[in-house]
Design a binder for this molecule. Structure first.
Ligand code: SAM
Ligand code: SF4
Length: 472
């Protein structure tokens, strides 16, 4: 079943379609890599690390698959349809491989980690399989394939953070960038494959994060998004001073680099987000007032089965603290799963009533997809019929759309500070940017303002986009 989300037009493209790395470092003699990336922001950030590692070894990237020596797919395994998409894509490479038998085809990321050598057995076209912690080994793996072998590295590390690798920015507008601050996840949400595909949680060292953010600012970037599966459990200890840094402290240090660099982060976990983080957000104008706080369900029995380790009441208390400390205008978004194992109609109604109670700005909504090897697959039954899942998901989406419109309408008449990210996808006569609370704003362009902060009065909206006029 297709997962559906309420997205602005600007966002739809970024999330639903793979990203193809642009051509870089082209020279007559270098071998060319074609890299397509699927899934979450972590994967897109990882592809920038992969490119950096390969370019360091003299490879070039190309956006033209027909001139590639190697095709790499950086994959997602979070839901079954994400993997199906990759399998279909592999089918489409068959004519290319038939024409050029020497081309190398490699699978990277979460699907590689989940299926390991099984992938080589099932998909004969694949030559190379590398998990998310094996990217430093890619040059060697590629050589192994050149020597006529199949190559696999799915070793999961307890230390690897790629902290010292300077990512090559590829899908960049030159204004906003992703900065990975940690990898893996120690939570065991029963539906989720991430702990098995990305391994144990580890935090990247503070100095390398600050260095990367400083370099980004110096090269013209004006916004960074600090990324992790559960950023609130960021924890790093200086090996010399033994001083420990938590997420609130990291956030403060990044915010203090310069007031002209906006800071965002994702994802927060309801059990871990602290008032210290919320107060740090309130203290610095350049920390964007927007929190992505996945709920997954509004019902306590289901939350317990999901092993989310919080209750609906706890979750709502966290929402109240966000509103109290950061104000009503703080953007709040969620993830919600429809049709988890044994979910009754009443329990589904609890998810809808959670939406009513919070009135989120935005949501990512999914129907439950059983993943092999997860606790839910082992202990629970995926017993909700597909048509029921689909109907419940649609009800959730319809309600979220109403709330997204409602929250956008509240902003009409207000003046918003917008960081201009570029031209609107629909018209080069319009700019597009984002507000502090992460709403897409489209407004008529007067002059080239990419990368600038401008004030825009909001005049109209849809459920996904604010429309406005430049002031001053
Ligand atoms: N770490 C984040 C968190 O704790 O919420 C999110 C990680 S996951 C990459 C993104 C979202 O995918 C989850 O929040 C969940 O809603 C959804 N998801 C994960 N596993 C799923 C599954 N088996 N079926 C449907 N949706 C799933
Ligand atoms: Fe998956 Fe839960 Fe970890 Fe998020 S917190 S990545 S949903 S196990």
């Amino acid at each position: 079943m297709q997962d559906l989300k309420v997205l602005s037009p600007e966002e739809v493209k970024g999330l639903d379609e793979p990203r193809i790395s642009p051509s870089q470092n082209q020279s007559e003699y270098s071998k060319k890599i074609y890299l397509e990336s699927y899934g979450c922001q972590m994967n897109f950030a990882d592809s920038e690390v992969v490119t950096s590692i390969l370019m360091e070894q003299g490879y070039a990237t190309t956006s033209n698959i027909h001139e590639a020596d190697t095709i790499l797919l950086n994959t997602c395994a979070i839901r079954e349809n994400a993997e199906q998409k990759i399998r279909h894509r592999l089918q489409s490479f068959k004519p290319i491989k038939a024409k050029n038998p020497h081309i190398t085809i490699g699978i990277l990321g979460c699907m590689a980690e989940r299926l390991k050598t099984q992938l080589l057995e099932e998909e004969k076209i694949v030559d190379l399989v590398a998990g998310p912690d094996a990217y430093r080994d890619l040059p060697r793996l590629l050589e192994e394939v050149e020597d006529g072998n199949k190559a696999v590295n799915v070793f999961l590390s307890r230390e690897e953070t790629y902290g010292n690798i300077e990512p090559v920015r590829m899908h960049t507008n030159g204004v906003t960038a992703l900065v990975s601050i940690m990898r893996g996840c120690n939570n065991m949400c029963s539906f989720c494959v991430v702990p098995y595909t990305r391994g144990r949680e580890r935090s990247r060292d503070l100095d390398s994060i600050l260095k990367e953010c400083t370099q980004l600012f110096e090269s013209g970037y004006r916004e960074v998004t600090l990324l992790g599966q559960n950023v609130d459990s960021y924890h790093w200890q200086n090996p010399e001073t033994k001083q420990s840094i938590n997420f609130a402290q990291l956030l403060e240090k990044v915010a203090q680099l310069t007031p002209e660099l906006r800071v965002r982060f994702s994802t927060s976990h309801p059990k871990d987000i602290t008032n210290e983080v919320l107060h740090t957000m309130a203290k610095y104008e350049n920390i964007c007032k927007n929190i992505h706080l996945p709920a997954q369900s509004g019902n306590n029995r289901i939350l317990d089965l999901m092993n989310r380790t919080y209750t609906r009441e706890w979750y709502l208390e966290r929402i109240q603290s966000i509103r109290n400390i950061l104000g009503e205008s703080c953007g709040i978004s969620h993830d919600l799963i429809a049709g988890f194992c044994s979910e009754t109609e009443e329990e589904h109604q609890d998810s809808l009533s959670l939406l009513e109670e919070v009135k989120y700005d935005f949501g990512y909504m999914f129907s439950y997809s059983e993943r092999p090897g997860t606790p839910a697959e082992k202990k629970l039954s995926d017993d909700i019929r597909e048509d029921v899942k689909k109907r419940r998901l649609q009800e959730i989406i319809d309600l979220q759309r109403i709330h997204s419109s409602y929250r956008n309408q509240l902003m009409i008449g207000s003046v918003q500070r917008v960081l201009v990210e570029g031209d609107s996808k629909k018209s080069s006569a319009h700019h597009f940017g984002r507000t502090d609370n992460n709403k897409v704003v489209v407004f008529p362009k007067k002059e080239e303002m990419k990368g600038e902060f401008v004030d825009v009065i909001i005049t109209h909206c849809t459920s996904g986009t604010l429309l406005g006029e430049l002031i001053n």
